[in-house]
Design a protein around this ligand. Sequence first.
Ligand code: ATP
Length: 241
Amino acid sequence: MTPIIQTTNLKKTYGDVTAVNSITLSVEKGALFGLLGPNGSGKTTMIKMLTGQIRQTSGSALVLGREVAAEPIWVRQQVGILPEQETPPSFLTALEYLDLVGSIRNLPDITSRADWWFDFLDFADKKNVLCKDLSRGTRQKLMLAQAFIHQPELAFIDEPLINFDPVMQRVVKDFFVEYVKTGNTLFISTHILSIAEEICSGFAILHKGNLLKTGSPQELSEEGISLDDYFLRLVGRNKDA
Ligand SMILES: Nc1ncnc2c1ncn2[C@@H]1O[C@H](COP(=O)(O)OP(=O)(O)OP(=O)(O)O)[C@@H](O)[C@H]1O
């Protein structure tokens, strides 16, 4: 099967810092893939390279069969992106923001798409509120809606659940699981190992820019190991020493 994401010796340095060190990784279509790693391990840098937001120092990244560095705009048009810690523009209402994203993405039926998301994530009462006056969780709902509003076949989601209450976390996790059932692919970066254990079909563990392991929660559970223990064994404090 052709991978939907394929990196080969992908590397990014910022001055003396090697944020991502020669990573070769492939993700199959239909995966709910978790990129795991402690703070500063290179997860966000990977997502930025895979979505054409920054250019790699060396190596290659193919997304949907195209070299991202050569066609960053094309890649960004196809995929959905939920960046870490970004907020919608303060001066637009929630609805205006989705309208804007809809017009950039050339979606004719943006009003009905936006209404679906307002209902689904239970924030229809906030659609005419300026983004600056939305709570952090509601801003996160809006960012999630913009990432999926064009129903991308591939979405990159950086720390998706961090601002959500337990009810909304359940709703979003269930949405992700359903989303990949129709052949779409999700690439999720998270610190929260229980999310990966519960919903991911495969994972990669990064540490200090290096790819330590790839695997699946199912394989671990067959070996009787929890992802939490496995992760701590690989990247725990003893390993740092
Ligand atoms: N623009 C930048 N300039 C310099 N160094 C950077 C820049 N962006 C990231 N780094 C460094 O690259 C490394 C990887 O950072 P990155 O944000 O990719 O990690 P992360 O795994 O997403 O971390 P976290 O889980 O804390 O968000 C870190 O050492 C970070 O300080």
